[in-house]
Design a protein around this ligand. Structure first.
Ligand code: G4P
Length: 538
C-alpha cells in the first residue's frame, strides 16, 4: 500500500476559502467546481441565489436568512489533483464553526474585493491561518469593475495583515479601470474577452506577448506604458517569489481576477495546485503524525445535524491525517476509550452525498454519528492509541438562561441541549445552587441562540424560553494552590453570576471588563482564565 498511499497524499490539496461576506467566495467556489467539471454551468447571474442554496446551504434557517450557517465540504478532481474545499461561512456569528474548519485545512485562499481590500472578517480569519502558519494565497476579485490600485492593495496586506505579497499576475489598466492581467510567469498579457454567458461557461481569452503590436493597438499608449513601468518596478523592487516563505505563511502569492466573469480563475487554480502543499503532519500526544504513516488516524472537526431534510441524521466530519480509511473499519476512539466501527462513511460532491469505500490523508469524510463524537476527538488505528492536540476554543461572549416552556418536555430538552453542546454550537453552564431544568447557555454570537431555538423545536419538538443575560465576559476561576473556588471564597461573587461548566469547573460571568477589574483587584490570589484552563484560547 505504501506506494499508493504516497501517490494519493501527493495529489491531495485540502483548503478553505476565506473572505469577508460578499467578496465573492461563493462565486469563486462555484467557478472552481466548474473548471473541475463538477458542475457544467455555474449558476447564471439571475438564478445564483437559488443555485447557492442548492450547493451549500443545507439548513432551513440558512434559507430564511440567506446566509450560510454551516460549512460544506466539496471534493473534485483537476489536472490529476484531488481537491477538497472546505467552505467557511463568512457571517461573524458563526466564527467558531469557521475557525474549526480552518483547523482541518492545509492552506487557505483569501478572497478580497478589489474595491474594498482587507475587511473586518478577512482580518479575523487571516489571524487564525497565520497562527497555524499555513500558506495563504490571495485572490483579488471583481477586477471587471472599478477597484483600488494594486500597489495600494499590496500595502494594505502588509500594513493591516502584516504579510508581504508576491503578485503572480498584475492588472492592466489605469485609475482602477482594468482591461486584463499580465502573467508574470508566462510574460503574456491576457485581456478580457467579451463575455456572452455571464460567466456560466469556462472561456478562453486573447493572449498577447508584451511587445506584440496587436497589444499596443488594443491598449491605449498611456495604459501600455504604465504596464511596462509597473512590470519594471515589480521586478526590481517587489518581494521575490520564495517558496519557503510561502510555505510557512510569511509571504502570500497574489492573483488578480474576476470570479463572476471567470477571468483569471483557471490560471489561479492551476498555479494554486502547483504551489499549495499536500496534506501536512500533525502534532499529537505521540509526537508528529506523518500522513505516510500507514496506521490510520483522523480527528473530528465538525458535527452537524440534519443537513438535509431527506436524511434526518447527525454527521461527524473527520479529517484524515494518516493511513488509509476503509469503510467498516474498526478504530480506537480516544474520547470514549472504545473501539468503534466506521460504517456508512459519506463524501460530498456539491449537494450529493455518496457512500464511499476508501479515503486518504487530506480527505474529509462524514460519519454517521449516533451521538458519541465530540469536536476535536481523535480516531486512530487500534494498535496506535494517542490523541491529537486539543482545538483552541473561543471565550463565550453572549449568555442566556434557557428552559423548556413545557416542563413535560424536560427530557427532550436536556437531550437536545446536551447534544448541541457536544457539537460545539453552544457552551453550557449551570448556576450554582439552581435546578438543572434551566441552563445558562454561552455563545460567541447572538445568531446561535436562533439556531438553538430552531433546532430544539425542529429536532426535539421543544419550545424554549430564552432570557438574555447582561453578561459579556466569562472567566474560569482557579487558585494557584489548587483549592476549589466557591462562591463563598470569592469577594464579590454576587457582582456577577457564579456558574459551573459541564466539567463542574467554577466560572464567573460578569457584565464587563470594569466588573472584572473589580473582582481581580479584590481577590489578589485568584487566577482568571478566558477559556477552560487546560485549553488554548483562539
Ligand atoms: P460571498 O460568498 O463572499 O459572500 O460572495 P458571493 O460569491 O455571494 O458574491 C457576492 C456578490 O458579488 C454577488 O452579487 C456576486 O455576483 C458578486 N460577484 C462575485 N464575483 C464577482 C466579480 O468577479 N465581479 C463582480 N462584478 N461581481 C462579483 P449579488 O448581487 O449579491 O448576488 P447575485 O444577485 O449576483 O446573485
Amino acid at each position: 500500500m505504501g506506494e499508493q498511499l504516497e501517490q494519493e497524499i501527493h495529489r491531495r490539496r485540502t483548503f478553505a476559502i476565506i473572505s469577508h461576506p460578499d467578496a465573492g467566495k461563493t462565486t469563486l467556489t462555484e467557478k472552481l467546481l466548474l473548471y473541475g467539471g463538477a458542475i457544467h454551468l455555474a449558476g447564471s447571474i439571475k438564478s445564483r441565489k437559488t443555485q447557492r442554496h442548492a450547493v451549500s446551504d443545507w439548513m432551513e434557517i440558512e434559507k430564511q436568512r440567506g446566509i450560510s450557517v454551516t460549512s460544506s465540504v466539496l471534493q473534485f478532481d483537476y489536472g490529476g489533483c484531488r481537491i477538497n474545499i472546505l467552505d467557511t461561512p463568512g457571517h461573524q456569528d458563526f466564527s467558531e464553526d469557521t475557525y474549526r474548519t480552518l483547523m482541518a485545512v492545509d492552506s487557505a485562499v483569501m478572497v478580497l474585493d478589489a474595491a474594498k481590500g482587507v475587511e473586518a472578517q478577512t482580518k479575523k480569519l487571516f489571524k487564525v491561518c497565520k497562527e497555524r502558519r499555513i500558506p495563504i494565497f490571495t485572490f483579488v476579485n471583481k477586477l471587471d469593475r472599478f477597484g483600488k490600485a494594486p500597489i495600494d492593495l499590496m500595502d494594505e496586506l502588509e500594513n493591516v495583515l502584516g504579510i508581504r505579497s508576491c503578485p503572480m499576475n498584475w492588472p492592466v489598466g489605469s485609475d482602477g479601470r482594468y482591461r486584463g492581467v499580465y502573467n508574470r510567469q508566462t510574460k503574456l498579457v491576457e485581456l478580457f474577452a467579451a463575455d456572452e454567458t455571464h460567466g456560466q461557461a469556462t472561456r478562453t481569452s486573447e493572449k498577447y506577448a508584451l511587445d506584440a503590436p496587436e497589444l499596443r493597438v488594443a491598449l491605449d499608449e498611456e495604459t501600455y506604458q504604465a504596464l511596462l513601468d509597473d512590470i519594471t518596478l515589480l521586478d526590481e523592487a517587489g518581494e521575490a517569489f520564495d517558496e519557503e516563505k510561502i510555505a510557512c505563511g510569511e509571504l502570500t502569492p497574489m492573483f488578480f481576477g474576476s470570479a463572476m466573469t471567470n477571468f483569471g480563475v483557471q490560471n489561479f487554480l492551476e498555479e494554486y495546485l502547483r504551489l499549495a502543499p499536500p496534506p501536512a503532519i500533525r502534532a499529537s500526544s505521540d509526537g508528529d503524525i506523518r500522513p505516510e504513516d500507514e496506521r490510520f488516524s483522523a480527528f473530528v472537526f465538525k458535527i452537524q445535524a440534519n443537513m438535509n431534510p431527506a436524511h434526518r441524521d447527525r454527521l461527524a466530519f473527520i479529517r484524515i491525517v494518516s493511513g488509509k480509511f476503509e469503510r467498516n473499519m474498526s478504530v480506537w476512539h480516544a474520547a470514549s476509550d472504545k473501539e468503534i466501527k466506521l460504517a456508512q462513511p459519506q463524501q460530498f460532491l456539491a449537494q450529493d452525498r455518496q457512500i464511499i469505500d476508501e479515503a486518504w490523508p487530506g480527505d474529509i469524510v462524514g460519519l454517521f454519528d449516533p451521538g458519541i463524537f465530540g469536536i476535536g476527538d481523535t480516531l486512530s488505528d487500534t494498535s496506535h492509541k494517542f490523541k491529537f492536540a486539543d482545538f483552541p476554543v473561543f471565550p463565550p461572549e453572549k449568555f442566556a438562561r434557557v428552559q423548556a416552556k413545557d416542563t413535560m418536555k424536560r427530557k427532550q430538552f436536556v437531550k437536545g441541549v446536551e447534544q448541541l453542546t457536544q457539537e460545539g454550537a453552544i457552551q453550557l453552564f449551570r448556576q450554582a445552587g439552581a435546578g438543572i431544568e434551566s441552563y445558562i447557555v454561552g455563545t460567541v454570537g447572538t445568531l446561535q441562540f436562533d439556531v438553538l431555538t430552531y433546532r430544539l423545536k425542529s429536532e426535539y419538538g421543544v419550545d424554549i424560553e430564552l432570557v438574555m443575560q447582561p453578561f459579556e465576559v466569562a472567566r474560569w476561576l482557579t487558585y494557584p494552590d489548587g483549592r476549589a473556588v466557591t462562591p463563598e471564597s470569592l469577594r464579590g461573587a454576587d457582582r456577577g453570576m457564579f456558574v459551573y461548566d459541564r466539567d463542574d469547573r467554577p466560572v464567573l460571568l460578569v457584565n464587563n471588563e470594569w466588573a472584572l477589574g473589580w473582582i481581580t483587584d479584590n481577590n489578589p490570589t485568584l487566577e482568571l482564565h478566558p477559556v477552560p484552563p487546560d485549553r488554548k484560547e483562539i
